[in-house]
Design a protein around this ligand. Sequence first.
Ligand code: GLA
Length: 383
Amino acid sequence: MTADATAAAFTRAYGHAPDGVWAAPGRVNLIGEYTDVNEGFVLPFALPHAVRVAAAPRADGRLRLHFGDDPAGPTELSGVDLTPGHTKGRPAYPAGVLWALRESGHTAGGADLHLDSDVPPGAGLSSSAAVECAVALALDALYGLDLPRPELARICRLAENAFVGVPCGIMDQTASACCLAGHALHLDTRDLTSRHIPFDPEGAGLRLLVVETRVKHSLADGAYAARRAGCEAGARALGVRALRDIPHEELDSALGRLPDPGVRALVRHVVTENARVREVVGHLEAGRPRAVGPVLTAGHASLRDDFAVSCPELDLAVAVANEAGALGARMTGAGFGGSAVVLAEAGDAAAVTRAVRDSFAAAGHREPAVFAAVPADGARRVA
Ligand code: GLA
């Protein structure tokens, strides 16, 4: 799908041309899971897969939305539809962004929007954040707001938390808004400072495979909120603002002060995961991309055994990829389905892919989709 095709679809839907087309990508998180809801560190990179939004301003303050695959005409939202709790489903994401911009004190009028996406939905690759960031960037340009990228990401997260009603952290929106091709984004989710860390698997003779399990287990939503609440209970019990404040060297003494084994396991994951992010950044900066592999696998074990957010399909993908010669693998994103990432030598990628596919067939799981991810640019104007 091209920017021109998105512009043409806009013109068909609305009978006039758009002012421009903006794109924002999905993401893969290399390491740092459930650390953003503990004010910790993450290391995502942007995918080449993106949401494209063709847009034109409207003087009447209304929002008209048309989605790529919808045979019906545009949906029109105004007044109460543009306040939290009144708009559900797909329209809630763009509507939430307009609401969050206005709520944050920015003067944004209405818009006609046409949205196309090639980010696989429900795959743990942040298709929602991509929608939010593409819409935010389009509105930012239409209304000459010129907001810094971290502020756009904050607005998109506000839309998702308060308008869509998903209690996510800031990682996905920041990745979609701020990433750079050939790099992963080392983000401190407390003060929102970030650094671009060179990450070019193909250039190093490696492949970073994304294995979409094509399953999403139904407990995902409540379980995410429950993990967050458990982490907050841990921070309270330890007398810190967030688990980010427990240094790795103090983990054992902290665990000794936590009577609840469930909370102990959550705390162990978050503290060791922050250390793993630092370790991976160190390997990448020192030019040792192969050394990242075992850290990914250790991260998976922690998410599976301590944080308990994996599932049989993800565990199988990780175990089989490693048995077939991968350097390392782990689930990525919130878990309970979605995708795994696998780091492998380029020459081993085909055999690893085949082994994972065969194991899914043998276990009676749906056939996974596997692709090699190349770190791409964050949100941008494309026409
Ligand atoms: C989802 C959320 C993120 C983050 C991850 C887990 O992707 O949107 O904010 O919490 O889960 O690391």
